[in-house]
Design a protein around this ligand. Sequence first.
Ligand code: ZN
Length: 237
Amino acid sequence: MSTTQSAATLFQLQQLDLELERLTAEQQALANTLQGNTQLRKLRMEQAREQQELRAGLQSQKEAEWTLEELNRRLSTQEQRLYSGSISNPKELYTLQQEVQHLRAQQSRQEEMALEVMEAAESLQETMSRATETLQQAEEEWARSNAEGILRRDQLETKRQELQRKREQLAAPLDAELLKRYETLRRSKQGRAISKVEQNSCQWCRVILTPSELQRVRVSKELQTCSNCGRILYYDR
Ligand SMILES: [Zn+2]
């Protein structure tokens, strides 16, 4: 392989490596996204908490209603006794009147309380419905973006394998020492070990090559490097 061919191959290799880097970065970002979603976990927890509060609210409502029913029953029984005319003993009658009065007051208080508890439960029901709706939307959106993400992940992996194969083919005829030099340089030069010569200057750092440097890039048996940035120069004729 001639020097020019080597430089050209290295340049192609560099293009592939840059593409592979971009691909790997996207794969990593995607893997992080697919791993989990904090927002969704938060919404699930919120909805579970609302559900628990609603259950407690409904239980309070039931208890208040039972107490009221019990009071209603007792009141109705005692009122029947009071108005049936079956009790003639004045003292007994008085006691019964007192009890009925007391029960009416209790009933009225309990009715208010039952109403309050019922309103509270209704409000909890609304909060819970909203939380459920929000969660459902988030879950659906998550499933959708997940499906897209999984599809994208597979596409990226196929593409990566394809690029990797191309890279191996491209690198195969290159001298091992040269490849090593390329890899080392790539690490210290932001992934760019090779720079094209364009309009008589190094494309990367823009330094203008002297006529003799230009001449060497074109004909020398050795690969030439930029005197300014140290990258291997590639002349595309
Ligand atoms: Zn340069």
